[in-house]
Ligand binder design. Sequence first.
Ligand code: NG6
Ligand code: CA
Length: 506
Amino acid sequence: MNLHCKAAGIALALLIWFGGGVNQMAAQRPNVVVIYADDIGYGDFGCYGAKTISTPRIDELAANGLRFTSGYATSATCTPSRFSILTGDYSWRKPGRGIAPPNGAALIQPGVPTIASVLRDAGYRTAMIGKWHLGLGVPPKPDWSGEIKPGPLEVGFDECFIMPTTNDRVPCVYVRDHRIVGLDPTDPVDVFDTNPDGQATGVTDRDRLRVDWSHEHNDSVVNGIGRIGFMVGGNACRWTDEEMADTFVGEARKFLKQNHERPFFLFYSAHQAHVPRAPHPRFVGSTPHGPRGDAIAEFDWCVGQIVEELRANGQLDNTLILISSDNGPVLDDGYQDQAVELLGEHRPAGPYRGGKYSRFEGGTRVPWIVHWPARIKPGASDALISQVDVLASLATIAGTNIPKGAASDSLDLSATLTGESTQGREFVVEHSGMASALAIRQGDWKYIEPSPGPAVLGGKSAETANHRQDQLYNLADDAGERRNVARSHPAKVAELKSLLASVRAS
Ligand code: NG6
Ligand code: CA
């Protein structure tokens, strides 16, 4: 054996030796469970100040994990926030990524890297369970009664069990992988924007509805509730809203039970507290706030079920659980469910102004809790962090890389996410989803760029923050964004304007 071969042999032995060490480290990379709430605000959980909605399971995770006070969704509506958290790119960089309609086509193109594909390529088993709302199929519409694709399986999920859009939209069916669950081929499902067959609607049958609508939400009637859009067929496979939590949680538990021999990633995308709020009867009356509060209590139960399953499988210690929400809260979002009348002293957005649809803080500053006992010391973090950063941060935590060119807006804040650093991003961009206008927060300063459009949305009394002039707030002494100081601080306005322009151009 010559010297070269000998050296190579020693190098190989060392590689195997240290390789074992690396593998051991890799074995300690966590499982990941993202629990994504829908329209739940900064102030809706006990650990963020709610007094009249009891959320003991979430509060316990916060007490044993890290609770962020400046965690942001990228947008104040659903589809764009979901696009950003999964891809690590701002949805507003391209048009057509607003709230997806019932027949909306897949918005994340097959092959585009996502949290799911990055973790799957690193050896994780990946599942998407719950609300999707990122479009399915190709134009003009998904093949509802055939193979529904592309969808979650084409962007990195090994399996999925989803509600296609939102619970207020048709089709009111579940989809497993590429097919509607329980579809009777003799009663195919199809979806239309206009009434195709003169069917009864929320308008014609208004007095027979179980929950009356306040605006829109009066097309097809499913389970006694008017929806957005028209569906025909699939009479035997339509969901029952009150059973949705048990259905999704059952699927999540099954996935967790079957897949803990190797690392797993579960994206659990809840439907609470989106309208129509129809929690299971066992939660009805558990808060003084009617269906909206009761739906949040039900969400807390769902979190508890997932935690229980992880614990039963011995996985809780080494699972990183992230709980957050896709956008801020809304009260009347189209149904007369007494969310306004029964609000009392509860403040769904906590101390912040606005909520869903808004560029005020209430629109995108959301609950953000990270629980990972094996690595995270309990506490709170004021670091600035955005859901667009989740992909790059999780990739590092899982010991893997993001493909070149992907997730270009995502910062690796893995040390911040685990509490090892108190340093967050330098600034955060906030988007309403209703217009292309943005806002930016840097330190205590918040700048909202001028935008046309209504200041308040119709029946919802939802403040958008739209204004024809610059708005500048100092959150240190005006967290509620009441005193616009743009005129007295022109240099700060110019600075933040130009920072926003550079983000746009990047
Ligand atoms: C809006 C709906 C609202 C809700 C929202 C989607 C109207 C007037 N408003 O267009 O009720 O469905 O879309 O919510 O129809 S989200 O959380 O999925 O973005
Ligand atoms: Ca939402």
